[in-house]
Design a protein around this ligand. Sequence first.
Ligand code: NAP
Ligand code: MG
Length: 403
Amino acid sequence: MEQIKMTTPLVEMDGDEMTRILWQWIKDILITPYVALNTEYYDLGLENREKTKDQVTFDSAEATKKYGVAVKCATITPNAARMPEYNLSQMWKSPNGTIRAILDGTVFRTPILVSGITPYIPTWTQPITIARHAYGDVYKNTEMQVHGGKAELVYTDKEGNETRQTIYDFGDENGIIQGLHNRDKSIEGFARSCFNYALDVKQDLWFATKDTISKQYDHRFKDIFQEIFDAEYKERFEQAGIEYFYTLIDDAVARVIRSNGGYIWACKNYDGDVMSDMVSTAYGSLAMMTSVLVSPDGVYEYEAAHGTVQRHYYKHLKGEETSTNSVATIFAWSGALRKRGELDGNAALMEYADKLERATIQTIEDGVMTGDLYLLSSLPNKRKVNSREFLEEINTRLAALMQ
Ligand code: NAP
Ligand code: MG
């Protein structure tokens, strides 16, 4: 069979530990037999980040801006224990944080549903995608404990004029205070990323804050979304037959639980942190969750939502068998290849991406799965396979679809 050609390179960001092993196997077993893979390769493995003083991470993000689409393997974010393990000169920052800051993007997380694994909320028959604003609020706060006295909010404008508001007069009491901020520009980018993504996947977009209580702060988020929607997206949403819907966060939570899924739920930074863990747990497994970073100007970076699966890697190094779930990493590849195909008008590449996903889901629905899913699946004929066998089983089905 002739390999599918790619006209524009895909930015490939390699990573660490067990996911690095899976990365190579996915390419060897599932991709290169079918696609003449054209990538610009960046090794974001911790050893190479140390060697390049993390320059490779910055370069990979710049390349993503240039070409528009990237696929990323999970990477180690160093902590104290990694310093001696990798002989690090510095505790390098999270590559995801660095890339997110350069692309100024919003992260969209979507569960991959398969039959035989029932969500804890059985009405959720379609995926719920969480879009989390990744800037500001409590993640960039200033806070302190106070011991009596009065706390005030002081703002100095560019001309040096001060505005003061009392936060609380503590008198003799002890207490706590906190200062938060966000930037209009960041909120606008968040809104555009969400509207663009909704148009991309043709799903309704929900957004919720607590604007009845936070009449300036949260209300500003609501207003910015509405202004941008009315000015730039309203007609396109109508044409696509989708809706933008704003409600209060507590109303949204109630509606989400009663819903069947099939929409995007945009969340402020903290809400997104909490709700994405709730949603992913309810659907079953972090290993079945994809993640894509979308910048406001339409640059895409695909990855799995889970980490490098360190415990499995140490087993692998000892020569023991592992049964690590590669589904989210496979879907990162298929998502990136499909997007590349879409941007380049490469129908064969898009079709291949669809078939790769179908073969992966078919494998699990046939009862062939890794250990994590084996524990969750209600299929009567389920069978646990090792990391490599799982990929080979997918390939058997993919080869048949590609005939
Ligand atoms: P993790 O790699 O997500 O793994 C935590 C546990 O979840 C694993 O030990 C395993 O449970 C289970 N698990 C996760 N993914 C799995 C998969 N694909 N198949 C089967 N089981 C899976 O998180 P971590 O152990 O907290 O972090 C390890 C490293 O990953 C850290 O250095 C962290 O910095 C990094 N990290 C990177 C990213 C990223 O690049 N996006 C995200 C998160 C964490 P059992 O051991 O019980 O089987
Ligand atoms: Mg969290």
